[in-house]
Structure formats: C-alpha cells, structure tokens
Write a protein that binds this ligand. Structure first.
Ligand code: GTP
Ligand code: MG
Length: 202
C-alpha cells in the first residue's frame, strides 16, 4: 500500500467501549518492549506517531491508526510487563482479550517475538489463545538487526519450534532499524485486505 495519510484515530483505555470502526483492522500483539509500536511506525513511514520507549510498558491503551481511510493498524499493550501491578496486568490482559475476542473488523493478528530469544510461556499462551479465537497468527521475528546474518536461520527455527506453530504458519523476520522485512509485511497485509474485499463481494 502506498501510504498517503495516517492518523491516530481512536485510543481505548481499560474502561473504554471498543469501537466498531467498520474498516478492516490488523492487530499487533506481543510481549512488552518487543517492538510493536516501532513496527507500526515503520509500516506507516513515520518516525514517532506511535510512541515507543526503551523501557517496557509504554503502550497502555489500544491505539487505532487510520491508514488512508481504508484500514486500521491496531497497536496493543504488551503483556508480561513485570513492573505493573498484578491488578493492572490483569486489566490489560482482559482488555487485549476483549478486543481480540469481540472485534467485528479484525482480519488478522500478527504476533511479535524477539528473534534473539526463545518464546516465553506468555508468548506460547498468547499464540495458542489467538488460535483459539479463530485466527492464524502471523509471526514477526523482531529486532533482526541484533543478529549476525549467519545466526538468523537458527533463531527463526527456534521461534518456530518454541511456539510449536501450525504447519504453514508464516514467520517474517523484521527490523525497525534497517526496515528489513517491511515490504514483505505490507505485501501480506495487502493480500489480507484483498481477501477481505472478495469476502464482502461474495
Ligand atoms: P510496549 O508498548 O511496552 O508493549 O512495547 P512495544 O512492543 O511497543 O515496543 P517499542 O516499539 O516501544 O520498542 C521497545 C524498544 O525496542 C525501543 O527502545 C525500540 O527502539 C526498540 N526496538 C524496537 N524494534 C527494534 C528493532 O527492530 N531493532 C532494534 N535494535 N531495536 C528495536
Ligand atoms: Mg508499544
């Protein structure tokens, strides 16, 4: 997609009602600090419209970015943010669950995993849970620039095996520093949007 205009349209807190945007939504889930907001900035060609931080727990609301008035990229709060209180963690968890469970317009869920590390128990739970909601999560292995080229295949395999992904699951390596993988992610999202259009016609 050629990005013409982007804006942060809707911000949902713990108590907000979730919106019916009436446009296809693609959501980005993953552990706190894995690079969800950075990825969304890269996809939008913006440096800092989505706020990022080197300390985890930056995004604490569900943020809907309007892309060209045709779709939304949805930035979710991260899970596993150790410094949040148990109560807050539980509330965020419920908010993410509520969104993934009830959005009428959600077309695909990308699950981000730091390519350097083995998926955590929370990552595994999230992967299974997204599957249980009826979505086939697409995995993005983030922070690719942190690995030497010779290490990449081994680490991608580690992510794949750690999550025990379903056969045929796409795993796309990505770096918001070098933008490697950006085109592939947009290509996949464009395909998803095309499929959505066809569904609406049939
Ligand atoms: P929460 O909002 O806390 O859930 O985190 P997030 O997943 O949105 O992560 P965010 O995009 O804020 O990035 C966290 C940190 O990782 C920031 O310091 C980013 O600059 C850094 N970061 C994100 N993506 C990359 C990447 O591809 N490579 C490198 N080297 N650093 C990255
Ligand atoms: Mg964030």
């Amino acid at each position: 997609m050629v990005i013409k205009n982007v804006s942060l349209d809707i911000v949902c807190g713990i108590k907000s009602a979730l919106p019916d945007t009436k446009r296809p939504e693609i959501a980005f889930a993953g552990k706190s600090n894995v690079g969800k907001s950075s990825l969304i900035n890269s996809l939008m060609n913006r440096k800092s419209l989505a706020r990022t931080s080197s300390s985890p727990g930056k995004t604490q609301t569900i943020n809907f970015y309007n892309i060209n008035e045709v779709m939304y990229l949805v930035d979710l709060p991260g899970y596993g943010y150790a410094r949040a209180s148990e109560e807050v963690k539980a509330q965020w968890g419920k908010m993410i669950e509520r969104y993934l469970h009830s959005s009428k317009n959600l077309k695909a869920v990308f699950l981000l995993i730091d390519v350097r590390h083995e998926p955590s128990n929370n990552d595994k739970l999230m992967y299974r849970w997204i599957l249980d909601q009826g979505y086939e999560p697409i995995i993005i292995a983030t922070k690719l620039d942190k690995l030497k080229r010779s290490q990449v295949a081994k680490h991608v395999k580690q992510v794949k095996e750690g999550l025990d992904v379903k056969k045929g699951t796409r795993i796309l390596p990505f770096s918001s520093v070098t933008k490697a993988g950006r085109e592939e992610i947009w290509q996949l999202m464009d395909e998803i949007l095309e499929e959505t259009k066809e569904e609406n016609l049939s």
